[in-house]
Design a protein around this ligand. Sequence first.
Ligand SMILES: [Zn+2]
Length: 333
Amino acid sequence: MRLSNYNECIFCGSSKLKLHFNQNFTHNFYTIAIKNDFKLSDGFFKKMKIFECQKCHTIQNNPWFSKETSFKIFNEVYGQHNRNWSNVINFFQNGIKPNHGKLFYILNKNLKIRNYCEFNVPFMGLMIDFFSQEYRENINFYKNIFNYSLKYLSSRQVAGMKKASIKKKQKEAKKNLNKLEEIKIKNKLKNNIKKSIIIDNSYLSWLYNDNYKSVNSRSLASKILDIEIEDFNLIKKTKRYDLFGIFHTLDHTHQPKKILDFALNNSKYVLIYCHSDQNLEKQHLFSFTDKFESYLKKKKFFCKNITFEIEKKTKSKEIYLLCSKFYEINLKL
Ligand SMILES: [Zn+2]
């Protein structure tokens, strides 16, 4: 297997990359899977050095896996986005929402959100919070809606079956879809906020194999959570959002600046949740750092670090940045 060179900053394009002070390498769940499946040595990983962009302070591995290998990593080696699915299962089976501290409460109180969008992965951000606001709080309802959705989506998988079985599956699909629609109407509290996910099919992100019980997370999102899935390449420039959420996905696209620029240009506010670590693991091409905030401010964006304000209990080094191209950020807590 050959490594590819990434001599320019993947975020801002600058070639001013400096060897980073921290060249720490330890294996984790992901790198062990990559090592085993591709039959690599530790020496292979150690060839990847960490560089820091002197302009935007992104840290980046160079050399790193080729695009083709990276696609394989995200779609074969560990195609399922574990945290994404844990969030789904925790909520629809136990009623526990993804932990973002008081983030949803604060944003909801301060911003008028009628049109909300997230990027690439459906269950890492606030979609479940919006769902729980729109439907009655009832654990049986949550369990049922999840089950009917999984059953409906998987009952369409009939390849290789005999005619009689296909007919049976068709009946099942109809029954589960009807049940799903019925309980949604019964438990609906208020009108939907317009919700969408923009996807860019990046080779740095989970796609076709982000499945649980053979159901893809994006298919589930659109069924259960009334979310429109839209392709970034086909999106109209006239789209407007009140809030655009980017939850650990800006470092999982090969075009992070293009995505962030789109979000900032087309939304009143943009929430960026990302790592702020000076330690870059080898399964990641790049990561933002705690200096990303000062870079955005230098670029004349309004930007407020609200990590402290949301009072989330976590040990990981991460930041929540609320940004805007148009509005100053004044939050009532
Ligand atoms: Zn840069």
